[in-house]
Design a protein around this ligand. Sequence first.
Ligand SMILES: *[C@@H]1O[C@H](CO)[C@@H](O)[C@H](O)[C@H]1NC(C)=O
Ligand SMILES: *[C@@H]1O[C@H](CO)[C@@H](O)[C@H](O)[C@H]1NC(C)=O
Ligand SMILES: *[C@@H]1O[C@H](CO)[C@@H](O)[C@H](O)[C@H]1NC(C)=O
Length: 448
Amino acid sequence: MLCPVMSRGAPRPPAVQPLPVLAAIVVIAVLLPGAAESRILLTLHDFGAVGDGVTDDTKAFADAWAAACAAEDDVILNVPAGGNFQIRPLTLAGPCSDDNEIKLLVSGNIVAPESPDEWRHGQRSHWLHFHKVQDLTVTGGGIIDGRGHRWWAQSSCQALPQHPLHHKKNCAVQPAPKALHFEDCEGISVKGITLQNSQQHHLTFTRSSNVEAQYLRVTSPEYSVNTNGVHLVDSYNVHVMDSLISTGDDCVSMVGNCTDVRLRALSCGPGHGISIGTLGVDSSVDYVEKIKIDTLFISNAENGVRIRTTKNGVGGFARKVNFESVVMRNVTNPIIVDQGNSDHLLGSSEAPTAATTAVQVEKINYIDITGTSASKHAIRFSCSDAEPCRHLTLDNVNLTRVDGGKASSYCRKAFGRSIGTVIPESCLSEEDFVQRVAQRSEEDEEED
Ligand SMILES: *[C@@H]1O[C@H](CO)[C@@H](O)[C@H](O)[C@H]1NC(C)=O
Ligand SMILES: *[C@@H]1O[C@H](CO)[C@@H](O)[C@H](O)[C@H]1NC(C)=O
Ligand SMILES: *[C@@H]1O[C@H](CO)[C@@H](O)[C@H](O)[C@H]1NC(C)=O
């Protein structure tokens, strides 16, 4: 059971005290018609947090989480408005008490240490890490700030020379922490907060399900490194909606085995747009399917909607993906499928080898996609010899060049059809071409 905790060292309340139970844990029983609901209200101050931006409040946060997690009733844990709580890397672990719902009401600011030295070597992959937690809502209008500038500078050796942080010193490439990371979690809702300046990805879900991310503001400078907005790995039934995501890398990305993902009503850019992949990295077999993406506004980004696989993938697929109602403005690659063929175009000295296997890309629909491309190839399907892209549909697409010129489309081993107006003109090969060839050789065999 929870015991009331007085905040230690707090000044004595004035003699005339209208609310004598300040800083105590309040258990409120709310009687609803026909049902009794009791909830426990906690604040970080109850656990000795200072919130001056300088003091290390990690222990207070960890203790508050432990109390919330162990509680027998639903809990609301408040990160108080007006405070800046500096939290070092921390794992907030479950499983918590059966059936208790936890709401983390982030109304103040949670800030990371600025120096990467605060992370121990070998433990640099996380900042705020939730593990094996169920039924958690993170909300409250506050800010979670990764203060990632020094991490980006360390990673900038990967960046191009024109990158503002590019320099050759301190260039030990090391993974930077994921700012807010949910791993092996279920029933997670992240709503109505700001995530900014993350060291690496802002919001990551790994092996998680039944996830909602909504009403978020996710921002980092355009020059920041690997600062994906939302990153999904091996997760299913995920909804990301009604948010602004403006970072230095992907707006939303998904890799591994992700299914039943819904993205809706997002403003993306600058950054690298929506990305499925890279799939098949390090011979992994990734199955991404049933992805519904609609109502996107993507501007000043490197990509609009992208599917990317490695060239030598050993298997797996991206299929049943719907991109619908997307408005692009000044996007370098508005529609792109890249099965690794551009690696050598980008100057790799490795001679292109004929791969015999690849990640399959099929049943991808592009419906009502309009706007402007910053490059000549507004539509680019660069597929593999081993597994040509199949069943691609372009339905009512109108992409023109941002400078007023005419855009064109590029196809390599790409099969499908176009419906309605498609500008630039589709270069997809007719779908039944492959089947006809296969059929003909079967008939030949029968005649033999
Ligand atoms: C995806 O699922 C398949 C089949 O269940 C499995 O073999 C593969 O390892 C999974 N991939 C990842 C990245 O977890
Ligand atoms: C187009 O986007 C790039 C960033 O990708 C930006 O630098 C450039 O200023 C934008 N141009 C226009 C005309 O908005
Ligand atoms: C395509 O978009 C351009 C630029 O927005 C517009 O002028 C043109 O009328 C559109 N074409 C069609 C067929 O909708």
